[in-house]
Ligand binder design. Structure first.
Ligand code: SF4
Ligand code: MG
Length: 338
C-alpha cells in the first residue's frame, strides 16, 4: 500500500551566527495508516526538528528545508502557510511533553477543544461543546460534562496530558506526531496514556510518529523503529528486527542497558562514551566514528573518510561500513548477553 507519510532525503539546516547547523541531513522514511513509527535517539539527534518541519512549524527565516515530505500525496515543503494551517489540527496534529505549552491558561478546556473542532468543521458552539465532552470521555476524564468547563490549572498533570490528546484528536487526524508526550509523567500515568494512544489508534486508524529517548516506550508502542544519530537515520526496521537484532554499533550501544523486550516501561538509553556530534562541524565520514568501538575493523580508514549510505530494503537497513559477516561476529557477545 502507498505510505500515508513519505519523507525523502529531508534536510533541515539552520543558519546561526556561528554557521549552518545541519540538524537533519538526509532523512527518508515511510509510514502507513494505522502504524506507529518510533524515532529514537539522544537529544540533539534531529528527532524533534524533523517533526516540526513536517508540521511546518519551523522558523522560516532561519531554516532551509530540502527534500520531500508527502502527506497523503500532498507535498508539504512547498505548501503555503494557509494550506498548512488547514492541515494542522485536522489531518495532522501533535502532542508534546508539556501540555501547558499547547493549552492556553485563559480559556476552559472545553472551549479550547471546541474551537479546534469549529475551526476545521464549521460546527456550531453547541455541537463543538458536545464534541469536547465526548472527546474528554474518550480520553478517560471522569465526569467530562462537569470538567469541560475547567481551566487547565484545575487539571492534574496526567489529566492535562489527556486533554491535550483530546484536542489533538478532536478532528480525527490521520497523522499524530507525539514528541516525548509521557516523559514528564509517572510510570503509572505513562502506561495509561500509552494504552489510550493505542486504543485511539485502533479506533481512528491514525498513523503515529512517536519520538522518544526511552526504549521501553519504543518496545511498548512502535511497529517500526528509526534510530537517529547526528541528524541522520543510522538504522531502520521493524521493532523486533531493530531491538532483537541491531545492525548498527550505535543501536547496539543504546540497547546495552535494555534486558529484554518485555522489560519495565521506563528504560533509559544506555550511556555511550563520548558526546553527540556537533551539527555545525559534523565528524568526517561516519558521524558516529569518534564513539564507535568497531571503527578499526573496517579497512582503509573508510569510517573517517566515507559517509556510509543507508540502504533500505523492505523497510530494513543500516548505515555502517561493517559487512554482515563482521557484524554477526562482533555483535555475537551482545546477543548471548541478552
Ligand atoms: Fe562504526 Fe564505521 Fe560503522 Fe560508523 S561506519 S558505525 S564508525 S563501524
Ligand atoms: Mg526533542
Amino acid at each position: 500500500s502507498t505510505p500515508f507519510l513519505s519523507i525523502r532525503d529531508l534536510k533541515v539546516h539552520f543558519s546561526t551566527e556561528d554557521g549552518v547547523v545541519k540538524a537533519v541531513d538526509g532523512l527518508s522514511f515511510d509510514l502507513a495508516k494505522g502504524r506507529t513509527l518510533g524515532i529514537v535517539g539522544e537529544s540533539g539527534s534531529g528527532k524533534s526538528v524533523t517533526n516540526l518541519a513536517v508540521l511546518g512549524l519551523h522558523d522560516p527565516e532561519h531554516t532551509a528545508l530540502d527534500g520531500e515530505i508527502l502527506l497523503d500525496g500532498k507535498e508539504l515543503l512547498t505548501a503555503t502557510e494557509r494550506e498548512l494551517e488547514r492541515l494542522r489540527g485536522n489531518k495532522m496534529s501533535m502532542i508534546f511533553q508539556d501540555a501547558l505549552a499547547s493549552l492556553s491558561p485563559y480559556h476552559t478546556i472545553g472551549t479550547q477543544i471546541g474551537e479546534t473542532y469549529r475551526k476545521h468543521t464549521g460546527a456550531s458552539r453547541r455541537e463543538a461543546r458536545a464534541r469536547a465532552v465526548d472527546m474528554l470521555r474518550r480520553v478517560g476524564i471522569p465526569t467530562p460534562d462537569l470538567r469541560v468547563d475547567d481551566y487547565p490549572h484545575q487539571f492534574s498533570g496526567g489529566m492535562r496530558q489527556r486533554a491535550m490528546i483530546a484536542m489533538a484528536l478532536v478532528c480525527d487526524p490521520e497523522l499524530l506526531i507525539a514528541d516525548e508526550p509521557t516523559t514528564a509523567l509517572d510510570v503509572t500515568v505513562q502506561a495509561q496514556i500509552m494504552d489510550l494512544l493505542k486504543a485511539l489508534q485502533q479506533e481512528f486508524g491514525t498513523a503515529i510518529v512517536f519520538i522518544t529517548h526511552d526504549l521501553g516506550v519504543i518496545a511498548d508502542i512502535a511497529d517500526d523503529v528509526l534510530v537517529m544519530y547526528g541528524g541522520r537515520s543510522v538504522e531502520q526496521g521493524s521493532k523486533k528486527e531493530v531491538l532483537r537484532d541491531p545492525q548498527h554499533p550505535y543501536t547496539l550501544g543504546l540497547l546495552g542497558s535494555m534486558p529484554s523486550l518485555d522489560g519495565p516501561v521506563d528504560v533509559p538509553l544506555s550511556p555511550i562514551p563520548g558526546s553527540p556530534p556537533s551539527l555545525l562541524n559534523p565528524p568526517s565520514g561516519c558521524r558516529f566514528h569518534p564513539r564507535c568501538a568497531f571503527m578499526e575493523k573496517v579497512d582503509g580508514g573508510r569510517c573517517t573518510s566515507v559517509q556510509p549510505v543507508l540502504e533500505v530494503a523492505d523497510g530494513r537497513g543500516t548505515a555502517c561500513h561493517l559487512d554482515p559477516g563482521q557484524r554477526r561476529e562482533l555483535f555475537a557477545d551482545f546477543a548471548t548477553a541478552r
